[in-house]
Design a binder for this molecule. Structure first.
Ligand code: UT7
Length: 331
């Protein structure tokens, strides 16, 4: 009997209209286009400006884009997972609201949070449900409204992040395509270096925490950078080794878009040519949970059935890992 594999069968995306350029950031904080471009590779990012619109606004639009392109009936979806570090609210799941709004009335839904690795970990969860035979259609959405937790007077973070959402559908495949292997890691040593201090159960929000700007993301960029470079490269190398893949077997690297230099370091470690490295950080910055599905949407037309894709991510926590997946369709 052939093993049931979990394939990605459709993708969708949403990006807010407003473009925050490096030039505009120059008017907000002490920075310049040359510094941002050379240190991060980012030229512009999208910001969600709609009033009273949170992460679900973008998650719904990305899911609707997927449904419209694929013709999938939302009533057939079994499970909706929203990978996000910026849920609409701390209690009342963003995924549940999203599922109802897109008409996935037969699905159950929940959020999954692992900072910038949320989508990568979500792929593992979605694929496992399909491989076990329990469900036939799992919708995984990666969405973040990073502008809601960024201090736009802090040049160390405000130049990096952007808003956006991407969605993928996982379905069973009996040709051996789709999810092949994963190597996922985490280490609590990272908690100090990338976090939001207040608003959780340790330090509930108060006038004091707001005054001290403790409800914004704080990161020790240099430390996170060092961990990200070595760990993302390590897991990518490991997943190739474990699956007896050489660099020539790999068609694409889809790496979390946090910093162009981190992505290039990962590609260099596994000896991959530039043409095989998916890149859109210049357009969107770091959209946290949305980077990987946005790459898939942007590159969908170039992906061929049978292509070997390596996914890699690194994020707060620390959380990180790599996934090997065989692409299952020609767009
Ligand atoms: O996605 C989740 C995981 N997150 C990441 O992977 C982010 C990892 N970190 C990074 O990408 C980089 O560390 C940053 C892009 C955040 C910073 O780049 P860096 O090359 O590590 O810069 P740095 O923090 O070491 O700062 C170098 C210099 C400093 O000045 P001095 O002390 O050398 O005079 C900073 O004050 O650049 C200065 N600087 C800036 N200058 C202009 C810091 N931010 C800026 C800025 N514009 N926006």
């Amino acid at each position: 009997m052939t093993k049931l594999t979990a394939a990605i069968t459709a993708v969708g995306k949403y990006l807010p209209e407003y473009i925050l350029t490096n030039k505009e950031l120059e008017t907000m904080v002490e920075t310049n286009d040359e510094w941002i471009t050379s240190r991060t590779g980012i030229k512009e990012r999208r910001i969600l400006k709609e009033k009273n619109a949170g992460t679900s606004f973008m998650a719904i639009k990305a899911a609707e884009d997927l449904l419209q392109k694929s013709g999938v009936n939302p009533k057939e979806i079994d499970l909706v997972i929203v990978a996000t570090a910026t849920p609409d609210m701390p209690v009342a799941s963003t995924a549940v609201f999203t599922a109802s709004k897109i008409g996935a009335t037969n699905a159950f839904a929940y959020d999954l949070q692992a900072a910038c690795s949320s989508f990568l970990y979500g792929m593992s969860t979605a694929a496992s449900y399909i491989e076990s035979g329990r469900y036939k259609k799992v919708l995984l959405i990666g969405a973040d409204k990073m502008s809601s937790i960024i201090d736009y007077t802090d040049r160390a973070t405000c130049i990096i992040f952007g808003d956006g959402a991407g969605a993928v559908l996982f379905e069973p495949n009996n040709e051996g395509l789709g999810y092949q292997d994963q190597y996922l890691r985490s280490d609590g040593v990272g908690r100090e270096f990338l976090k939001i201090d207040a608003g959780g159960s340790i330090l509930p929000p108060s006038e004091e925490t707001v005054k001290n700007k403790q409800h914004f993301v704080h990161q020790e960029g240099k430390t996170v950078f060092k961990f990200a470079v070595s760990n993302m490269a390590d897991v990518s190398e490991k997943i190739l080794e474990r699956n007896n893949l050489t660099k020539d077997d790999v068609n694409w690297l889809a790496a979390h878009q946090a910093n162009k230099r981190i992505i290039e370091a990962t590609a260099n470690r596994i000896g991959l040519e530039n043409e095989k490295v998916m890149m859109n950080i210049h357009k969107y910055g770091n959209t946290t949970s949305a980077t990987l599905p946005l790459l898939l949407s942007d590159y969908e037309k170039e992906l061929k059935k049978g292509d070997n894709l390596i996914f890699a991510a690194f994020g707060g926590g620390f959380t990180w890992g790599a996934i090997y997946l065989k692409w299952a369709y020609n767009a």
